[in-house]
Design a protein around this ligand. Structure first.
Ligand code: CU
Length: 249
């Protein structure tokens, strides 16, 4: 019986079956997939990890029951003890619409620029008196948008000089690993280096907290943010005075 030569190159089990049928057993080893060889010179990049967690809001140390509280109006970021990698700045947007800032909370890496487009048919102002991140965009007309760049890490409290009830926050972080939680408070940070570090977390109604973390870490990390601040942050207008009727600038 004649065996097609192609079959002699088939996997060993098949070749053995053919040999049992009376053909000459192949002398050469059956063809195998070449072994993957690691590259000779390029060192493997250090492994990266993800960190999953949940921010839980508390009042007087107990889980918050106020349904108006929104866990997504928060920020979480990871700072490795070995030193943070320089984050890549980005361009973000915070819209004024229906006399509110949308989204009301942004988390951006240091050096980022935020545009404030106005989608309302009325004039708004956007300003902050938060240290080196202070800015004043003047009056912003319908359809217009001006920008502010945040060169220093920290919390930026954003207000409108026309409407006292308009407020927002930009959390500027010195970390490449940051996120805003979802409506259930859940977050996932990715690309983390292994080792010890601190997970920092903040909700608009509280202070910045932190907890030590060793990466990699299995399971969901639950952090608790205590509500300490009123719904509308107490603030004065951009001139440092109380809001009064007819303040339009
Ligand atoms: Cu306004």
């Amino acid at each position: 019986m004649q065996v097609p030569s192609a079959l002699l190159l088939a996997a060993w089990s098949l070749a053995a079956t053919v040999a049992g049928a009376g053909a000459a057993a192949p002398q050469a080893s059956p063809a195998r997939a070449p072994q993957a060889q690691p590259p000779a010179q390029a060192p493997a990049p250090p492994p990266r990890y993800r960190l999953a967690g949940r921010i839980e809001l508390t009042q007087d140390g107990r889980p918050a029951t106020d349904r108006a509280l929104d866990p997504s109006r928060a920020a979480v970021w990871f700072v490795p003890d070995a030193g943070a990698e320089r984050p890549r700045p980005l361009q973000a947007a915070m819209t004024t619409v229906r006399k509110q800032f949308e989204p009301a909370v942004l988390v951006v890496p240091v050096g980022s620029t935020v545009r404030f487009p106005n989608q309302d048919p009325i004039l708004h102002n956007v300003f902050s008196v938060s240290g080196r991140n202070s800015f004043d965009l003047g009056l912003v007309g319908a359809g217009q948008g001006k920008t502010a760049t945040f060169r220093e890490a920290g919390l930026v409290r954003v207000f409108c000089n026309v409407h006292h009830g308009m407020f927002a926050h930009v959390m500027v972080v010195e970390s490449a690993h940051y996120a805003a939680p979802d409506g259930a408070g859940r977050f996932v940070l990715t690309g983390l280096p292994g080792g010890r570090g601190r997970l920092r977390f903040w909700h608009e109604r509280g202070e910045v907290g932190e907890t030590p973390v060793e990466v990699p870490r299995a399971g969901e990390l639950v952090v608790r943010a205590e509500i300490t601040r009123p719904k509308v942050p107490p603030h004065r207008n951009k001139f440092g005075k109380s809001y009064t009727r007819g303040t339009y600038e």
